[in-house]
Design a binder for this molecule. Structure first.
Ligand code: MRU
Length: 362
C-alpha cells in the first residue's frame, strides 16, 4: 500500500547480512519508522514485543526468521531450536506454526549446505503467497460490500475491530483488503473503527484508512453495540487469528462481543480469513484454541503523545491493581454469517464446499 506516494510492504528482505526490514508498528500511528532485524533472535523479539503483528504477518516473519537461522547454522539441531523458539513467541495465531512447519519440512529435505538458499526461496514464496491470498480476499469481500450498497442505495456503514490491513499482512490485508477494494471500485462506504484496547490496533487501522483516503470514524470499543442498535452499522468485518474446521473464530479480544451484538441486531458478521489461518485439526474453538495472555502492563499503562508531542506512557491503574490481559477471544461459528477466504465467501456450515480436500461434509 502507498504512504505518501511510496509503495510499502510491512516486511521485506534486505540482504544476507542485514536480514529483513519491517515497519515498526509500535511507533505508529504517531511515527512511521522502519527497523532492521539482522538475525532470527531479533525476529523472535519483534514478534513477542509486537513491533510486527497480525496473524498473516507473524507467519511470514517466522518464515524469514527460520531463513536467517539457516544462514548462521544450518544443522538439524539449530533448525529445531530456531523453529521451537520462533513458534513459541505467540501462541494463538496459527499462521506462525503453519509457516514454520512448512519451512521445516522443506529444509529437512535438503542437506545443510543448501538450506540457507532454499529457506530464502521458500520464505519469499510464503511472502508472495500471502499477498495473493489477501488480494483474492479483497475481491470476494468487496463483492459483499458492493451488494450491500446496491441493496441499501446509500454508503455502506461497516464496523471493524483490531487491525487487519496491510500492516497485519504483507500487503493489502484481510478484512481491510475487502474495504480497500470496494473503496477503490467506487463503492461509497464509511468505517467505524474500534480502538481495540489495550494495544489500540484500531489506531493503526485509522492511520491506514486515512493514508488510503477511506472515510472512517474512531470509536471506543464499547460503542459498537449502541451503533448497531440504532441502525448505524450495515455489516461487521473482522479478521481471524485461527479458525477451526467448523468455523469457530479466534480473533482479537472483543470480537465476540461485537458478534453477539451483531446477532442481536440482525447485522451480518463477516470474517476475512486466508487459508493459512485455518486450523483444520481443531473443531471446537472454545475448548481447543490456546488464548495468549499478555503482560498486565499493557492494561495498566496507555501510550501516546504528551502535550509537547513527545511519546509518553502514563499509568491508568496503580501497580497494586490485579489485572488480566487475554489477547484473543473465540466467536462460535453460529454467530458468523460468512467466512471470506481466498476461495470465496461461505457460511461456516459450507466450508466443506470451499475446502473439500480439507474437510468432509458434517
Ligand atoms: O495481537 P495482534 O495485533 O497480532 O492480533 C491481530 C488480530 O487479532 C487481528 O484482529 C486480525 O484479525 C488477525 S490479523 C489479520
Amino acid at each position: 500500500m502507498k504512504i505518501n506516494g511510496t509503495h510499502w510492504r510491512s516486511i521485506w528482505w534486505i540482504d544476507a547480512q542485514r536480514g529483513v526490514g519491517i515497519v515498526d508498528q509500535s511507533a505508529l500511528p504517531h511515527v512511521f519508522a522502519t527497523l532492521e532485524l539482522p538475525d532470527w533472535q531479533a525476529v523472535a523479539a519483534a514478534i513477542t514485543d509486537m513491533k510486527l503483528r497480525g496473524a498473516p504477518l507473524i507467519g511470514v516473519a517466522g518464515a524469514w526468521g527460520v531463513a536467517l537461522a539457516m544462514r548462521d547454522d544450518a544443522s538439524d539441531e539449530a533448525l529445531a531450536a530456531a523453529c521451537t523458539a520462533l513458534a513459541a513467541t505467540r501462541p494463538t495465531a496459527v499462521n506462525l506454526g503453519w509457516a514454520i512447519e512448512r519451512m521445516r519440512a522443506v529444509l529437512l529435505a535438503h542437506p545443510p549446505h543448501e538450506r540457507f538458499e532454499v529457506a530464502r526461496a521458500e520464505a519469499a514464496k510464503i511472502t508472495e503467497q500471502d499477498v495473493a491470498l489477501c488480494q483474492a480476499i479483497g475481491r470476494h469481500g468487496a463483492t459483499l460490500i458492493r451488494e450491500a450498497h446496491e441493496r441499501l442505495g446509500r454508503p455502506v456503514q461497516i464496523l471493524t475491530h483490531c487491525n487487519t490491513g496491510w500492516l497485519a499482512a504483507v500487503d493489502y490485508g484481510t478484512a481491510l483488503a475487502a474495504i480497500y477494494t470496494a473503496h477503490d471500485e467506487g463503492v461509497p462506504l464509511h468505517v467505524w473503527v474500534d480502538e481495540t484496547r489495550p494495544r489500540n490496533q484500531g489506531l493503526l487501522t485509522a492511520w491506514e484508512l486515512a493514508a488510503h483516503g477511506v472515510p472512517h470514524t474512531l470509536i471506543v470499543d464499547n460503542a459498537g453495540g449502541h451503533l448497531m442498535q440504532r441502525g448505524h452499522v450495515d455489516l461487521v468485518i473482522v479478521g481471524a487469528d485461527r479458525v477451526t474446521a467448523r468455523g469457530d473464530v479466534a480473533n482479537k479480544i472483543g470480537t465476540y462481543l461485537k458478534a453477539v451484538a451483531a446477532a442481536d441486531c440482525g447485522v451480518p458478521f463477516f470474517v476475512a480469513v486466508p487459508s493459512p489461518s485455518f486450523d483444520w485439526t481443531l473443531s471446537d474453538g472454545l475448548s481447543q484454541i490456546e488464548i495468549e495472555n499478555r503482560c498486565g502492563k499493557e492494561v495498566r499503562f496507555v501510550a501516546g503523545l504528551d502535550d509537547a508531542g513527545r511519546p509518553a506512557k502514563v499509568a491508568i491503574a496503580p501497580g497494586s491493581t490485579h489485572v488480566s490481559n487475554p489477547a484473543f477471544d473465540v466467536t462460535p461459528h453460529r454467530l458468523v454469517t460468512a467466512l471470506i477466504s481466498e476461495r470465496g465467501a461461505c457460511a461456516p456450515a459450507d466450508l466443506h464446499l470451499l475446502f473439500p480436500e480439507r474437510i468432509q461434509a458434517q
